[in-house]
Design a protein around this ligand. Structure first.
Ligand code: 13P
Ligand code: SF4
Length: 326
């Protein structure tokens, strides 16, 4: 039981047992709570399902709940709404964006596509609904290689918006792709120099990295993959010490699933650039959601994701292709 001493800023009664209230609301609303691994630990512990972007979209596609409460960022909640137009989809903080999505405006992406009319466009799920609607196939870090493998070798490919994931996929698949040059504000901060120092201090540690990291960091990794892949590798590996180069929220599940193993967050270049009190390598967008906002959004049934129906239909097809090809 967790009792909040001071919750007045959100209009919550003092002393409310927030976990209990969320569980009650979930039952009353017939809601499902989907949470990404980068959410705060208390949200992950309350969620019906915690996973990576692909798993969360698969869960959203399959749910029979009336309400989807999405604890992640906007592009993830939008994907759930695109798949479930008839359901109420809530995001505790509507301002929870993503630097990759923000760095790829739909009008500029349309112009990029127009420059390469013969290319098929495979777009990372970290983008707006409008960019999805302009894409041929959506992918995530856990299915991108498999999807690229299904594109005929002579077919040129545009890949957007993450250049680091794009280059990683080119190295992995041997396919040339034309890249949009976006990046993740969290993953591009990991420091190669400090990572090498850390490896020296922990010679037995395996480095697990998300493919959104720069190549200079990825080249020192023992495993590169999605958040679920990182978790699975730590769980199943005979190793007992891991340096983890992704957003630090993942450590919560990793600690639960890998008791007795040592998990060390990879060092970043900028220090704690999100200001006093902000932990290193935390996504400032993901961390906008809090358990208090989760409760309030369920109580008030807002903020909800709303999409223009024509846009939703156009964005649906490339997501369906992804789910078919995964
Ligand atoms: P995953 O699909 O690996 O969970 O990654 C999502 C993300 O936003 C990484 O920064
Ligand atoms: Fe976007 Fe990076 Fe945050 Fe993931 S960690 S949601 S890619 S800004």
């Amino acid at each position: 039981m967790a009792v909040l001493p001071q919750t007045l800023n959100l209009g919550l009664p003092a002393g409310i047992d927030i976990e209990k209230e969320i569980t009650r609301l979930k039952r009353e609303m017939n809601a499902v709570i989907l949470a990404h691994f980068y959410q705060e630990g208390r949200i992950q512990d309350l969620a019906d399902f915690v996973g990576d972007s692909l798993q969360l979209s698969q869960q959203a596609a399959a749910t029979s709940a009336d309400v989807i409460v999405f604890c992640g960022v906007l592009f993830m909640a939008e994907t759930a709404k695109i798949l479930n137009p008839g359901k109420l989809v809530l995001l505790p903080d509507l301002a929870a964006g993503c630097s990759l999505a923000d760095g790829c405006p739909a009008d500029e992406f349309a112009a990029f596509r127009a420059r390469y009319p013969d290319h098929v466009s495979i777009t990372y799920i970290n983008c707006s609904a409008a960019v999805k609607a302009l894409s041929d196939i959506i992918c995530t870090s856990s299915n991108a290689e498999k999807i690229i493998g299904q594109i005929p070798p002579e077919q040129p490919i545009l890949f957007a918006p993450d250049q680091h994931l794009g280059r990683f996929l080119m190295r992995k698949t041997g396919r040339e792709m034309t890249l949009w040059t976006g990046s993740c504000m969290v993953h591009e901060q990991f420091s190669e120099r400090k990572l090498l120092e850390m490896k020296e201090a922990h010679p037995l540690a395996k480095v697990l990295a998300h493919p959104e990291c720069r190549e200079a960091v990825l080249r020192h990794a023992d495993y590169i993959g999605s958040t679920t892949g990182i978790l699975k590798t730590a769980r199943e590996s005979a190793g007992t010490e891991f340096i983890v180069a992704t957003e630090t929220g993942i450590l919560h599940q990793m600690q639960k699933e890998c008791p007795g193993k040592t998990l060390i967050p990879a060092p970043n270049d900028g220090g704690c650039q999100w200001g006093e009190g902000g932990a290193c390598s935390e996504c400032p967008h993901m961390k906008l959601n809090t358990i208090e906002k989760l409760y309030v959004s369920m109580r008030d049934r807002t903020p909800e994701i709303q999409l223009d129906e024509d846009l939703r239909r156009r964005a649906l097809r490339p997501i369906e292709r992804m789910l078919e090809m995964s």
